[in-house]
Ligand binder design. Structure first.
Ligand SMILES: Cc1ncc(COP(=O)(O)O)c(C=O)c1O
Length: 450
């Protein structure tokens, strides 16, 4: 079967995620036959560097021998078992290791099976915890403008990217939305930290006014990924932690996209020296192999649920594949790689290479900013550089970059006008230079057309 034949079969029966299927009339989906390291190979034999880590999940390459071996071994013994009333060693060992690795006093792991479900768990747990503690009236959440936390109704409600959310508005919980600390919006001469402090005033005001109604504040630490890779100073998180303590509001850190080394530290919260009340992890947790997520929380939260059954304080929430053993084994093998290899140190070199290979981009008349946090580098294309006026979204300039990149062995998947690199950590410097070259060509093409 070649690409064309498979795409034809695909379009007869599949409905792809986050896709207007009509787009495939002139650009069919690319059927991938296999992956190895950073490479994906299609059914016509074309190769692509996976510069987006297959939706930000892959850390150590496709078909990683160490993760493959761990899953194969697990497959011989136990593929899955109910996690209520039963348990298994991979889930226990993974929880032990996550407790040891995550900041502060996060000491309890509640598993789910994808990022959005983890966010749902954290929201419900926060609400339920206050109720169990006899604190009444807390029914609302606070989010940041331009945030993203997933697509299920609860997670969508606490996000703020209108492209995904607006249609479903009538169905959703209504959060209080605080200004984003996004450094893109900093004033001339203002540092990122000053910008974070200035923006924090809005959060402070919300908390001061409404804390008695608020269960939790939910944030993506350091990088608002789906919101266009917008980045902010860790100071914001430090101030937020202090305010949440002061106003008796939980802090939920959604590290689903930024956890496991993406931002330069193992967890982004570490850069602000804070411990959230809930930390949501998924994506890179299994090295990008299998769906698994976890919500980590404190003993204080855990104890508020711990009582006789008849008090109905228990957290009666479950998903069929919660804590799947194959996924837990993949996660353990992923953590082994962090232990055995100097991953973060190596990433620092790769991050410098990403920076150096895109250093000239900022001079382009339609590039307003090249920004970076660790292993995430983003390039913002604009219609007018002086006023930072974006290209109208209807022009879909990013799609032009995507299509060009595929002809040059690279999978880039811009978010609107933002081209970004978020590659697996096994990428080489030479491959990064190729990404930069291809991105540059794609941007030239996309910005030269009227
Ligand atoms: C920060 C963040 N939270 C939650 C999610 C949702 O995760 P999932 O797609 O596994 O439901 C995502 C997905 O991109 C994300 O980036």
């Amino acid at each position: 079967m070649n690409n064309r034949q498979l795409a034809q079969r695909d379009l007869e029966v599949l409905w792809h995620p986050c896709t207007q299927m009509k787009d495939h009339e002139d650009f069919p989906p690319v059927p991938i036959r296999r992956g190895k390291g950073v490479w994906l190979e299609d059914h016509d034999g074309n190769r692509y560097i996976d510069a987006v880590s297959s939706w930000w999940v892959n850390l150590f390459g496709h078909a990683n021998p160490r993760i493959n071996a761990a899953i194969q071994e697990q497959l011989e013994t136990l593929e899955h078992v109910i996690l209520a009333g039963f348990s298994h060693e991979p889930a226990i060992e993974l929880a032990e290791r996550l407790v040891a690795l995550t900041p502060g006093d996060l000491c309890r792991c509640f598993y789910a099976d994808n990022g959005s479900s983890a966010v749902e768990v954290a929201l419900k747990m926060s609400f339920h915890c206050w109720k169990n503690q006899g604190v009444h009236g807390k029914t609302r959440f606070v989010n940041l403008a331009n945030s993203y936390h997933g697509e299920t109704l609860g997670a969508l409600a606490v996000g703020d990217v209108s492209l995904y959310k607006q249609t479903y508005g009538p169905l959703l919980l209504k959060p209080f939305t605080a200004a984003s600390p996004d450094a893109w919006t900093r004033k001339e001469g203002e540092t990122q930290a000053d910008c974070a402090r200035r923006k924090f005033a809005d959060m402070e005001r919300l908390l001061a006014q409404h804390h008695s109604e608020i269960c939790a504040v939910i944030v993506e630490p350091l990088v608002q990924c789906a919101g266009g890779m917008r980045m902010y100073d860790p100071l914001y998180l430090t101030l937020l932690r202090q305010a949440c303590d002061h106003y008796q509001v939980h802090l939920i850190a959604d590290e689903i996209a930024v956890g496991f080394g993406r931002t330069g530290s193992l967890f982004a919260c570490e850069q602000a020296h804070i411990t959230p009340d809930f930390m949501c992890l998924s994506k890179g947790l299994t090295g990008g192999y299998l769906p698994l997520s976890v919500v980590m929380t404190t003993n204080t939260v855990y104890q508020s649920f711990y009582d006789d059954y008849t008090t109905l304080k228990a957290f009666l929430h479950s998903h069929s594949y919660t804590g799947n053993p194959l996924a837990c084994r993949a996660a353990l093998a992923t953590l082994d790689i962090f232990t055995e290899d100097p991953v973060l140190e190596n990433n620092r070199k790769l991050a410098l290479c990403m920076q150096a290979s895109t250093a000239h981009f900022a001079e382009h008349p339609h590039i307003a900013e090249v920004r970076q946090t660790g292993m995430i580098l983003a390039i913002e294309m604009v219609a007018d550089k002086n006023t930072r006026t974006p290209y109208p979204w209807q022009q879909r300039r990013g799609v032009k970059v995507f299509r060009h990149a595929l002809t040059r062995e690279v999978l880039l998947r811009p978010l609107g006008n933002v081209v970004y690199f978020m590659p697996p950590y096994v990428i080489t410097e030479q491959q990064i230079e190729h990404l930069a070259e291809v991105a540059w060509e794609g941007i030239l093409k996309a910005t030269s057309e009227t």
